[in-house]
Design a protein around this ligand. Structure first.
Ligand SMILES: Cc1ncc(C[n+]2csc(CCOP(=O)(O)OP(=O)(O)O)c2C)c(N)n1
Length: 438
């Protein structure tokens, strides 16, 4: 060992807050509302380097919309956005209770992050394809394409579950609503979205893709591979990184390090990149529109880091009191997205506390009624609903090929052989034979 050098050691980033010790949020690179320049959409990616290290914000502490990023948005759109966030919050709260009541096995809330998916959904167009993770249900609720009852039937895994029990609760799939089937393997959303966007360009279509990932999952190789393809081919895609400060119990610096932002990953890959206050509905709307315009004009991809805070547990299987201060969200400098838009609209005379309360209660009632209706169709944990064995083999090919038909018959025969009662009439031992005759 040379005397000239100290022993080598690794640096392991530590969270700046722990249970019982308030978080020091000074690690967040904040900027005052209205202080960041808005470049033209044809800016060269390298000239967004500064934007990747600051924070685009529109709503100031008094709820005024200030600066060059303040979007043109009529009051009807903003009221719709606030309503959609309230509806999403009511939906999540009710589903969380349903899990605690053992009606569903699992749930994931978007509490505290509602502005991101909601405003983004209002910036993209029908036909565009989102590749979401499990925390972007706001994309579906904001555009109201899918009924709450249908979403709940998926979470209940009941007879009306469009996924027929083949996906975890919250792992929705809606081609008609531009919501690509959720993959549990994180970061795959990125390569899928970039590939879809490239295909759209190859076909000469006008539709763009929107990819979603959390801070933690950016450490996956798929994230980086997707950036290379997006940059090289200028794929028409928006690359969203939701930095909600935690990946389950792991602080964001474990995936991101402390010297660079997640937005800076994009600049390094040759991609125009923005870092945006994700709890500021107006900033999300403005940045999403900017990125959308770039993609549609063949100017290439945009990576956007949305800075926010995951206010609830990671999932119903998680207990955040074990790894972070209980009052973190109250102390988070970017506040609550619902309260910030409410304040803005009240300041404009376009909303009131009374209307807010009335709307909140109306959504609570809508959600409660929808769950009652969804439960009337049963559920895996309510009436032991089990989909037919055949559903394991269906929907892969337009027509089931012979080898799968054989496997299905074998599965049914083995089920019968082991003496198990078929949970579904379609699984009776002679069902395959009858199907053969039909
Ligand atoms: C490839 C892969 N690795 C690990 C997991 C297990 N896992 C599920 S959620 C999660 C945390 C992800 O955190 P982040 O990307 O920050 O998203 P967030 O949940 O905060 O929205 C992990 C590690 C997974 N689903 N996929």
């Amino acid at each position: 060992m040379s005397d000239a050098h100290p022993p080598l050691r690794l640096h392991v980033p530590e969270p700046s807050g722990r249970p019982g010790h308030p978080t020091d949020f000074s690690y967040l690179r904040l900027a005052a509302a209205g202080s960041v320049a808005r470049p033209p959409v044809d800016v060269s990616p390298v000239d967004t380097a500064e934007l990747a290290y600051t924070l685009i914000r529109v709503l100031d502490d008094e709820g005024h919309a200030v600066g060059p990023w303040a979007p043109e948005a009529d009051l009807a759109l903003l009221r719709r956005g606030l309503g959609a966030m309230l509806r999403l919050r009511a939906f999540d709260a009710r589903m969380l209770i349903a899990q605690r009541q053992r009606k569903i096995s699992f749930y994931m809330q978007a509490l505290g992050e509602e502005a991101i998916a909601t405003a983004h959904a209002l910036a993209i167009a029908p036909g565009d394809m989102c590749f979401p993770t499990y925390r972007q249900q706001g994309l579906l609720l904001a555009r109201d394409d899918i009924s709450l009852v249908e979403l709940m039937c998926q979470a209940l895994s009941n007879a009306r579950d469009p996924m027929r029990g083949r996906q975890l609760p919250v792992m929705y799939s809606y081609k008609r609503a531009g919501y690509f089937s959720i993959t549990g393997n994180l970061a795959t959303q990125y390569i899928q979205a970039v590939g879809w966007a490239m295909a759209s360009a190859i076909k000469g279509d006008t539709k763009i893709a929107s990819a979603w990932i959390g801070d933690g999952a950016t450490a996956e190789a798929d994230f980086h591979a997707a950036l290379v393809f997006a940059h090289v081919y200028r794929a028409p895609v928006i690359l969203n990184v939701v930095n909600n400060q935690y990946a389950i119990s792991t602080f964001q610096a474990i995936a991101g390090g402390e010297a660079a932002t997640f937005a800076a990953r994009g600049v390094g890959a040759g991609i125009a990149s923005l870092r945006v206050d994700g709890n500021d509905f107006l900033a999300v709307l403005a940045a999403s529109r900017w990125a959308t315009e770039r993609a549609r004009a063949n100017l290439g991809p945009t990576l956007i880091e949305w800075v926010t805070y995951r206010a609830g547990a990671h999932s119903t299987s998680d207990d955040p009191s074990r790894y972070r201060p209980a009052d973190d969200w109250q102390r988070f400098p970017l506040g609550d997205p619902v309260e910030r838009l409410r304040r803005h609209l009240i300041g404009l005379g376009a909303w009131s506390d009374e209307e807010h309360e009335r709307t909140r209660l109306a959504f609570e009632a809508e959600v409660a009624a929808a769950l009652k209706e969804a439960e009337s169709h049963g559920g895996a944990l309510i009436d032991n609903h089990v989909p037919p064995v055949a559903s394991m083999f269906e929907d892969v090919y337009k027509e089931m090929p012979r080898h799968l038909r054989e496997q299905l018959a074998q599965a049914r025969a083995e089920w019968a052989q082991h003496g198990a009662h078929p949970a579904h009439p379609a699984d009776a031992p002679d069902a395959s034979a009858k199907e053969g005759q039909a």
